[in-house]
Design a protein around this ligand. Structure first.
Ligand SMILES: [Zn+2]
Length: 121
């Protein structure tokens, strides 16, 4: 796990420095994460079986999504996490774990302000 210095940018040019954590996933953790998502989608496919006529679309749709989600999740080897403070309302909220892609667009959980997270050089 390593820390990354970022800057939160809100509307109207307000900025706030923050520190987020990047966690490297082991092969086992990546596999578990991929299996969990695919399993959930597979479960949704099974749950849609007794609902005609939309099962003709939902079942194959969830099965295809399960396969795609498995490969997408297997390619994710780093996850971003931590807490951020909103530059507008100053409230702290947890960041949902996600791959580190910049710039990252967020919505404040409290005041619904649109925020952009960029890494500091
Ligand atoms: Zn806010």
């Amino acid at each position: 796990m390593r820390d990354v210095a970022v800057e939160l940018r809100g509307q109207g040019g307000v900025t706030l420095p923050a520190t987020l954590q990047i966690t490297s996933l082991t092969d086992r953790a990546r596999f578990k994460r991929a299996l969990k998502t695919s399993g959930m989608l597979f479960g949704l496919a099974l749950a849609s079986l007794p609902i005609p006529p939309i099962h003709w679309i939902l079942v194959p749709g969830f099965l295809i999504a399960a396969v795609i989600a498995f490969f997408v999740r297997m390619q994710t080897n780093e996850l971003l996490g931590g807490h951020v403070n909103c530059p507008k309302c100053q409230a702290s909220f947890p960041l949902e774990s996600q791959p580190p892609t910049w710039p990252l667009d967020l919505t404040c959980h409290h005041c619904k302000a649109q925020l952009t997270v960029v890494p500091l050089p």
